[in-house]
Ligand binder design. Structure first.
Ligand code: TPP
Ligand code: MG
Length: 486
């Protein structure tokens, strides 16, 4: 089956993109995740991965041609068809933009719905709108990366494995459950990434590949009736708190049956009944709200706790100071979970603070603070369990700093060319799913086939959820005035 590759919406304005060069030649075989071409957006030069595996049959645009998001740019003869993904590829609607493109009029490609402006012959080259900035940007990226190389020169010595002693304290079925939850998050995020690259996923997305252990470790230590707050990077938190892939995907597609009735989207997922208020995209915005919820729990003499997720970037916000001050003086049952992934967008954490451990902020509020290796799901679970005990027994809030790393750009539109290679490698070697998976196969009665089956089942469930979400009804006009307070 032949599938059209469409230009993903990678610019910040929805505007023109320039295909700089092809990384796979016509006739070459391509795997899912291989870099297919390099593109220039209004902000950066980025590598674009293939969402499909097969053979590259045609390049529909020449290097330096300018196209719009949604334009067909290549044809791949796919070898392995994932049903939902193939359906997506065959029915991506054209981007409703004022289309000024250098592409030629459409020509039908067998097995493909030619509803975008497919080019019958390669589009002629044209200088990109932002071409004059290209050299400058390349220079800036190189400088930033080498500065970050120096900043990362003395990495913390974090363990590269989970030991037998650590595992021995747990029931194997609990460990497998933690593993499954992390894989669910990883496969969900990877699936969504490819939906985005195919132009099927509206809006931009902030993904959490690499940070699965923080979400899973924290939420495993909470009760169902405890609450969490989350951020723009909230899919993993939501899945870890028990929201289903279905309800989140429905929300991502704007469906009325999504977890926020299609009114929230990727940056605002949540479900009150499952203990997650809709995520907040304002950096640090969840912190005062978490303090407020914890105050409510205390005033109502309930023994619930709230875990508030935020990034390293949020610790420089006023809201962090306000929220922690109130939680401290009133001994509120709040766990402030700082996912320190070393970057706030493209800014490395040690450019914005003199502290080595962000948990040291706790000292200035007179509360408990702990820095934990956030890719070790068991370390996160244990630290959170202690924090929960402290909160439930009325001994006040805890600040947990979880050291982790995101394996992707800040958002899908971020080329992520500021992470130093040595740093990336050190963290990829400590991938949270690999750490637990290796420990399970080494120290428990679990084999690689069992782990693969877990993954395969989740991928199959994701496929079904995508099918459902894409065809689910959108909110009606009447829904515009529901859930509005005046
Ligand atoms: C108050 C505020 N300022 C700026 C932004 C734009 N912004 C969105 S995410 C982000 C970086 C946040 O970094 P961090 O808190 O470390 O979270 P991470 O993205 O690493 O998960 C910025 C600056 C925002 N959403 N809110
Ligand atoms: Mg960060």
């Amino acid at each position: 089956m032949e599938i059209e590759v469409k230009m993903p919406d990678l610019s910040t304005t929805g505007g023109e993109l320039t295909v700089l060069k092809w990384l796979i030649a016509v006739g070459g075989s391509v795997k899912r995740g291989d870099v297919l071409f390099e593109v220039e957006t209004d902000k950066a030069t980025m590598d674009v991965e293939s969402a499909h595996a097969g053979v590259l049959k045609k390049q529909l645009v020449e290097p330096n041609a300018t196209v719009l998001p949604g334009d067909a740019i290549a044809i791949i003869e796919v070898s392995q068809v994932r049903p939902a993904m193939a359906a997506v590829a065959a029915s991506v609607p054209p981007v409703e933009a004022n289309r000024q493109t250098t592409s030629q009029p459409s020509e039908s490609v067998s097995g493909v719905n030619p509803n975008t402006l497919a080019a019958s012959s390669p589009a002629p080259p044209r200088a990109g709108m932002f071409a004059e900035n290209r050299a400058k940007r390349a220079e800036n990226a190189t400088t930033t990366r080498s500065q970050n190389e120096q900043r990362a020169a003395a990495p913390r010595m974090l363990p590269a494995e989970i030991s037998h002693d650590q595992l021995a304290a747990y029931n194997p079925s609990f460990l497998l459950e933690l593993y499954t939850r992390m894989v669910r998050i990883r496969e969900f995020e990877e699936g969504v990434k490819y939906l985005f690259l195919q132009g099927s996923m509206p809006g931009t997305i902030h993904q959490c590949q690499g940070q699965e252990a923080t979400a899973v470790g924290v939420c495993a230590a909470l009760r169902d009736d405890d609450f969490i707050t989350s951020t723009f990077r909230g899919h993993g938190h939501a899945l870890a708190k028990g929201l289903s892939m279905d309800e989140i995907l429905l929300e991502l597609y704007g469906a009325a049956s999504g977890c926020c009735k299609g009114k929230g989207g990727s940056m605002h997922v949540g479900n009150y009944d499952k203990g997650m208020i809709p995520a907040i995209a304002i950096v640090g915005g969840g912190i005062p709200l978490a303090a407020g919820m914890a105050l409510a729990f205390k005033m109502q003499k309930r023994d619930q706790v709230v875990a508030c997720f935020f990034g390293d970037g949020a610790t420089s916000e006023g809201a962090f100071h306000e929220g922690l001050t109130l939680a401290a003086i009133w001994d509120l049952p709040a766990i402030f979970v700082c996912e320190n992934n070393l970057y706030g967008a493209s800014t490395r954490v040690n450019q914005v603070t003199r502290l080595n451990d962000l948990a040291d902020h706790a000292n200035s509020y007179g509360i408990t603070g702990r820095t934990v290796f956030g890719n070790d799901v068991l370390a996160v679970y244990e630290a959170t369990k202690n924090a929960v005990d402290q909160c439930r027994s009325g001994r006040g809030p805890v600040l947990l700093e979880l050291l982790t790393y995101r394996r992707t750009g800040h958002s899908r539109r971020d080329a992520c060319n500021y992470q130093a290679d040595v740093e990336k490698q050190a963290w990829f070697d400590r991938d949270p799913i690999r750490l637990l998976g290796d420990a399970l196969t080494k120290h428990c009665d679990v084999d690689a086939t069992q782990l693969k089956e877990i993954r395969d089942e989740i991928v199959a469930q994701f496929e079904v959820a995508v099918e459902r979400a894409r065809s689910a009804p959108l909110p009606s006009e009447d829904d515009l005035i529901t859930d509005v307070f005046a």
